[in-house]
Ligand binder design. Sequence first.
Ligand code: G3I
Length: 386
Amino acid sequence: MMMRRRVFGLIFVAIMAVVLVAGMPGCGKPVKIDITPPYLRDLAEQLNFYIGTAVGYGSQTFPNNSQYMRTLKREFNAVVAEYTMKWGTIRPDRETFNYRPGDELLDFAENNKMMVRGHTLSWHQSVPAWVENGNFPRDEAISLLQDHINKVVGRWKGRIREWDVVNEVIRDDLTGQTGENPRRGNSVWERSIGADWVEIAFRAAAEADPDALLFYNDYGIERKSRKQDAVYALIQDLQGKGVKIDGVGFQGHFVCGNVPSEEELKASLDRFAGLGLRVQFTEVDIRIKKPVTPEKLTLQAKEYERIIKVALEHPACDAVLFWGVDDGHSWINSWDKNYGAPLLFDSWYDRKPAYYAVRDYLLAEIERRQGGEEGEENEKKEAQDG
Ligand code: G3I
């Protein structure tokens, strides 16, 4: 008995030692992190803008991780479910609609005055096996898609401002050859319904909530490319058929050092805004090829500032959402281990140079606009004074 107590005692001491050492300065884990105001959300609100983030679900993130939740509430005024509003969560089988995680996020968002983006009503990924392997005939697949959209959009009607109705329809490997089909072939909707499934999805969403803003969302369209051309043609085709489409989401999954230039980003937003659409950066992260160094973090900060600048300056853009709160919970960590540190907060929820770059730009923009207003006031006064 004595021996067992001694062993347990030694284990306890060892654990405490690790905890203490890990918390000491110089071990990378900051003892005290900076949480001084102003916060991103307060600055964004002064600019009538949304600065948001994708929100995970479970013990490590929303709603159970207290540090995650503190950072989320403090810094963001918009949220999007990283996974819990996809088919994979909502529809484990044909009869089930599992709304609970989505309900929890909406309640949280409303209690914290956050705008909610819905993501995503249709996609070639996160499709449950009973759909993916269902081999449904066209008519049945159409009614399955329409029923899903009708019920899910209807469930949260008036509470979700905007939906990614269709996500990532266009292939990444376009060659530009004449007659090339730009659509992904690995989509159960494309396979079972055919190309008009996109139009069907948008029409179903518009019927379910006529006031919701309906978006097409994709990556790899943030600079001129064959993929961007194909998305542009897809949207023109939808508009030509009288389909309600309100916006395009530029996901913005970038590699540090390869973020499009300010001119490229602006030209891409201009191109789609020219179709009368809203434009948003919807899933921004800038992954860094390891090893992560102070120099790379500085470059990342400059690139985040570039994105915020382009977004704030564009009259058709009112939102930038990051694809995650902190580096510790980014999809990148399981997607490509050669890259890391993609977000504004590190794994200990401490602010990175990227955070300060975004915050400083928001502050400068507020001052610019106030200066502009004062300038206008002065001009008006001078004109009155003659
Ligand atoms: O919740 C289940 C859990 O119960 C289960 O034990 C576990 C192991 O199977 O899986 C968990 O679900 C995972 C989910 O993330 C939540 O963590 C899914 O397997 C996994 O596929 C899913 O990955 C998400 C991926 O989309 C596919 O839906 C990523 O988190 C998410 O960041 C990623 O986000 C996409 C956007 O929706 C679209 N644009 C690209 C972006 C990055 O791929």
